[in-house]
Design a protein around this ligand. Structure first.
Ligand SMILES: C[S@@+](CC[C@H](N)C(=O)[O-])C[C@H]1O[C@@H](n2cnc3c(N)ncnc32)[C@H](O)[C@@H]1O
Length: 322
């Protein structure tokens, strides 16, 4: 009973935080919504579908690099490692690595979406019964989801952060996030991190505006989520999906565009939208290997090496906490 009450308190606290973030984001001159809210159960499923779409080259290219260099990467990670994966999603990418690592100490996946983490945890337990798993539901930018690490013994901790999720953070926030990782590592511990690299804008824009319209559904699901969880009344058909490359900031921006003047009610608040006004929902920053190395150093890491595909479209970096 006590556990049920505390989980109800937790979930009402999360709703409160979601509402505050939504109202704050929609009150600015440029309306924004934090991209972490794209990932409820349906959002996570849609993201998995995006990863299979032809236009979305990122997952495919990252997988190719992993397939080609996995033994090398496992060697770099070394024996006895505890893998910590913030934003683990379906935990698929870690499996190959866990299979190849020498005597890993375990796996500590963190994700904001409990449903996907639960299913992935069950699958990993079946496929790799000798690996201890400590799943954490929560926001990886917050200190509390890292706290349990200190209770787990390991020779080495390695943060595994694939999927170019670091690209969702503005450079100063990305630096802070790297500092959060570094704060939970000891000198010599590792970071294995994927970044999408700067490339032709047509290729970039197609990846975030795919011809199968899955990214559009993923983006609009955020409005549906506000409707169902916060009692909003967004009319999804009066918003359209837009994704474009911003060369000055080297990022793809994802927006929802209001197709007419309209008012939307959320928890008793009225939000006014003019025709053509947008809600900025996600950034995906692109890096050069050299600029990412600079960011790694600012965030408390020494770049050690990186692996790329033959067209240098994507990179996986290994760095050491200083
Ligand atoms: C771009 S996906 C990457 C998933 C997986 N690591 C991969 O490489 O395919 C982002 C994942 O991070 C989770 N996520 C996003 N923001 C988060 C946050 N602030 N805290 C915890 N999880 C987050 C989402 O639920 C989603 O599963």
């Amino acid at each position: 009973m006590k556990a049920a009450v505390s989980s109800m308190q937790e979930s009402s606290q999360q709703d409160h935080e979601f509402l505050n973030d939504v109202l704050r984001g929609l009150a600015g001159d440029q309306k924004t919504l934090p991209c972490k809210y794209l990932y409820d159960e349906l959002g996570s499923q849609l993201f998995e579908k995006i990863c299979d779409v032809d236009d979305y080259y990122l997952t495919r290219t990252e997988a190719k690099i992993f397939n080609q260099y996995l033994p090398d990467i496992a060697e770099e990670v070394g024996p006895g490692a505890l893998l910590v994966e913030p934003g683990a999603g379906n935990c698929e990418k870690v499996e190959g690595l866990l299979h190849l690592l020498k005597s890993p100490s375990g796996y500590y996946p963190i994700d904001i979406s409990p449903e996907i983490l639960y299913l992935a945890g069950q699958r990993i337990k079946k496929g790799l019964p000798h690996i201890s798993i400590w799943p954490e539901v929560g926001d990886f930018t917050q200190a509390e989801v890292w706290d349990n690490l200190s209770n787990i013994e390991s020779k080495k901790r390695v943060v595994f952060f694939p999927g170019s999720t670091i690209g969702n953070f503005e450079p100063d926030r990305a630096e802070q996030l790297l500092e959060t990782f570094a704060a939970n590592l000891r000198a010599g511990d590792g970071l294995l991190i994927g970044t999408d690299l700067v490339k032709d804008s047509v290729v970039l824009e197609r990846a975030y505006h795919d011809s199968e319209h899955i990214t559009e559904q993923f983006n609009k699901n955020l409005l549906q989520r506000i409707n169902s969880e916060l009692g909003g009344n967004f009319d999804l058909s009066s918003f359209s999906h837009r994704a474009f490359y911003q060369p000055l900031r080297q990022r793809v921006e994802m927006h929802l565009v209001s197709l007419r003047d309209q008012r939307v009610a959320i928890a008793g608040e009225q939000i006014v939208f003019l025709e053509g006004e947008t809600i900025h929902t996600e950034n995906s920053h692109k890096y050069k290997v050299s600029s990412f190395n600079t960011l790694l150093m600012k965030g408390g890491f020494k770049p050690v090496r990186h692996w790329t595909d033959s067209s240098e479209s994507y990179a996986i970096h290994y760095a050491q906490a200083i």
